[in-house]
Ligand binder design. Structure first.
Ligand code: CAA
Length: 384
C-alpha cells in the first residue's frame, strides 16, 4: 500500500469498513443499482458503526476520529457501492461538518448530535436550476420577518434530498450583494413549505437519491441561521473544501474496485493461448491504473491531513478531487476495455463502476471548477 504509516486506530477503522463493505454491501450493490433503491438498512448499520459522523467529537454524537480515518472508511465503502459512499459523504462532510464548524451550541445539541449518530440524515442544498458552477448567483431568497425568515426558491441536485430530515440550505438575504448576500440555514424537512420535487433518474450512483427541493413561503426560525447573515457563501466554499476530499476518496474506492477486478479477470481470461495478463497491452493498462490510483490516494490523504491541521487546503482538496475523479473515470474505462464485451454487460460490475465514476467529475464542483480554483491559487502563489 503506502509508506505512510497509519495509526492502529486508523487501520482498525479501515479494516472494519472493509469487512462490512465486503460482507454486507458488495453482495447487494448490483441489485441496489438495478432497482435504484435507497439502502436504508445499510445506512442504519453505517450509523451503528459510527460512520455517519466519523470526525465529529464524541460529545456531539460523532466517533471523534480524524479526517484521514474518514477517507479510509469512505474509500472502502465506496469500493463496494459508490451510492452508499455518496450518502455517507454528504452526511459527514456537507452536513455535520458545517454545523460543527459554524453552528451555535444550541444548534449542535439539537441537530449535530442526532445527525452525527445517524439518527437523522442530512442533505446540502446549494445548486439551483440556473446556478450550478456559479454558486454565487443563486436566486433562492430568505426574507426576514420578525423571528423568522421566509424562504422561497428551487434547489437542484440535492443528494439524499428525498430521504433527508435536515437540509443545509443556502439562500440570499440580500440579492443586491450577490455572493456576499448569501446566508446559510438549517432547515427541518418537515417544515411546511418544503416540497421534494423531481427525483432524478441518473446514469450512476443509482441507489442514492437526488432531487429538487422547492421552498414555498417556508418559515425558518432565525435561530436556525448558520453563521452570520452574508456569511453563507464562505460557509459553502469552506464546506466544499472538505467535501471534495470525500469525493476524492469515493473516486479512489471506485477506481480500486475496477482495478482489482481487472487484475482478476486478466489472470483468468485466456486469449491466443495464454492469460491476457501476459500481454504487454494489458500490463501497461494495469501499470497505469495502479500508478494513478496510488497518486490519487496520496493526494486525498494529504488533503485529509491538512484539514485536520487546519491548514489552507482549498488548492489541495481541489487537486485531490480533480485527480482522483479523472483517475476513476480513466481506470473504469480501461477496466471495461480489459473485460472486452463482457465488461459492457451487467454480468460484470465494471460497467457500474464506469457509470458511478462519472459523477465524481461533476458534483461538488466539476473538473473545470477544480482547475479554475487550482489555477487561481497557483497564479497567485508565483509572483513572477
Ligand atoms: N473558502 C472560503 N472562502 C472562499 C473560498 C474558500 N474555499 N473560495 C472563495 N471564497 C471567498 C473568496 O475569498 C471571496 O470572498 P470576498 O467576497 O470576501 O472577496 C468570495 O468567496 C468569492 O470568491 P470568488 O471570487 O472566488 O467567487 P467566484 O464566484 O469567482 O467563484 C467558485 C467561486 C470557485 C467558482 C465557486 O462558485 C464554486 O466552487 N463553484 C462550484 C460550486 C459547487 O461545487 N457546487 C456543488 C454543490 S454540492 C453538490 O454537488 C450536490 C450534492 O448534494 C453533493
Amino acid at each position: 500500500m503506502s509508506i505512510i504509516e497509519l495509526t492502529e486506530e486508523q487501520r482498525m477503522v479501515r479494516d472494519t469498513a472493509r469487512e462490512f463493505a465486503e460482507s454486507e454491501i458488495k453482495p447487494v450493490a448490483a441489485r441496489l443499482d438495478k432497482e435504484g433503491r435507497f439502502p436504508s438498512e445499510i445506512v442504519k448499520k453505517l450509523a451503528e458503526l459510527g460512520f455517519m459522523g466519523i470526525f465529529i467529537p464524541e460529545h456531539y454524537g460523532g466517533s471523534g476520529m480524524d479526517t484521514l480515518t474518514y477517507v479510509l472508511a469512505l474509500e472502502e465503502i465506496s469500493k463496494a457501492c459508490a451510492s452508499t459512499g455518496t450518502i455517507m459523504s454528504v452526511n459527514n462532510s456537507l452536513v455535520c461538518d458545517p454545523i460543527y464548524t459554524f453552528g451555535t451550541e444550541e444548534q449542535k445539541n439539537k441537530y449535530l448530535i442526532p445527525l452525527a449518530r445517524g439518527e437523522l440524515l442530512g442533505c446540502f442544498s446549494l445548486s439551483e436550476p440556473a446556478a450550478g458552477s456559479d454558486a454565487g448567483s443563486i436566486r433562492t431568497t430568505a426574507v426576514r420577518d420578525g423571528n423568522y425568515y421566509i424562504i422561497n426558491g428551487t434547489k437542484n441536485w440535492v443528494t439524499n434530498g428525498p430521504e433527508a430530515d435536515i437540509i443545509i440550505l443556502f439562500a440570499s438575504t440580500d440579492l443586491s450583494k450577490k455572493h456576499r448576500g448569501i446566508s446559510a440555514f438549517i432547515v427541518e424537512k418537515e417544515t411546511p413549505g418544503v416540497i421534494v420535487g423531481k427525483v432524478e433518474d441518473k446514469l450512476g450512483i443509482r441507489a442514492s437519491s437526488t432531487s429538487q427541493i422547492i421552498f414555498e413561503d417556508c418559515r425558518v426560525p432565525v435561530d436556525n441561521r448558520l453563521g452570520e447573515e452574508g456569511q453563507g457563501f464562505k460557509i459553502a466554499m469552506q464546506t466544499l473544501d472538505g467535501g471534495r476530499i470525500g469525493i476524492g476518496a469515493q473516486a479512489v474506492g471506485i477506481a480500486q474496485a475496477a482495478f482489482e477486478d481487472s487484475i482478476r479477470y486478466s489472470k483468468q481470461r485466456e486469449s491466443f493461448g495464454q492469460p491476457i495478463s501476459e500481454f504487454q497491452a494489458i500490463q501497461f493498462m494495469l501499470a497505469d491504473m495502479a500508478t494513478r490510483i496510488e497518486a490519487s490516494r496520496l493526494l486525498v490523504w494529504q488533503a485529509a491531513v491538512m484539514k485536520d491541521k487546519k491548514l489552507n487546503l482549498t488548492k489541495y482538496s481541489s487537486m485531490a478531487k480533480l485527480y482522483a475523479s479523472e483517475t476513476a473515470m480513466w481506470v473504469t474505462t480501461k477496466a471495461i476495455q480489459i473485460h472486452g464485451g463482457y465488461g459492457y454487460t451487467t454480468d460484470y460490475p465494471v460497467e457500474r463502476y464506469f457509470r458511478d465514476a462519472k459523477i465524481t467529475e461533476i458534483y461538488e464542483g466539476t473538473s473545470e471548477i477544480q482547475r479554475l480554483v487550482i489555477a487561481r491559487r497557483v497564479l497567485n502563489e508565483y509572483g513572477f
